[in-house]
Design a binder for this molecule. Structure first.
Ligand code: SF4
Ligand code: SF4
Length: 158
């Protein structure tokens, strides 16, 4: 169970963000999050602008790497996978579009929920082997993620 023990308010006019306290995380580059596992079908969701940017940078039609999805707004695409149930952009445990990878990939193993009225809450999945490893995450870590989230959403809506 997640213990939400901290709330930050970046400035008076900015949203409130709850994030889990006492969380340790260090990515081991195992690439488990880039595909399905025995117990989880991973949906790698994409914003419209993200799909367009990947398409432009890789010079591939969106349809070659993603399918439309109707029930995951604001996300409108889901990444296609190989026969091995891995993301089409994964090569030998490395992301070939790392600099333009989707927000959902930048966030993993965390996610953010909009609770309404300018309140947001971070949570995480324990399926990631990096959870519980490494240093304790500080407020700055979540601030940076939140900033990425806001930037992507603004870009998507522009
Ligand atoms: S599953 Fe966790 S440890 Fe493995 S690559 Fe993804 S974020 Fe890193
Ligand atoms: S876009 Fe990159 S980080 Fe995201 S699932 Fe695909 S290979 Fe992994």
């Amino acid at each position: 169970m997640i213990i939400i023990d901290k709330v930050m308010n970046i400035t008076k006019s900015h949203p409130y963000i709850k994030y889990p306290g006492n969380v340790h995380f260090e990515c081991s580059l195992c690439a488990l999050c880039c595909g399905d596992t025995e117990t989880n079908v991973r949906k790698i969701l994409l914003l419209k602008k993200e799909a367009e940017e990947i398409s432009k940078k890789t010079q591939r039609d969106i349809e070659s790497f993603a399918e439309k999805t109707d029930d995951k707004a604001p996300y409108v695409y889901v990444m296609k996978k190989t026969k091995n149930s891995k993301c089409v952009f994964l090569k030998e445990k490395l992301c070939t579009i790392y600099d333009i990878r989707p927000l959902i990939c930048k966030f993993y193993p965390f996610k953010i929920d909009n609770l309404g009225n300018q309140h947001y809450r971070f949570s995480y999945t324990k399926e990631c082997p990096g959870m519980g490893k490494g240093s304790q995450l500080k407020k700055t870590f979540f601030k940076i993620l939140f900033s990425e989230f806001i930037t992507s959403m603004k870009k998507n809506n522009s």
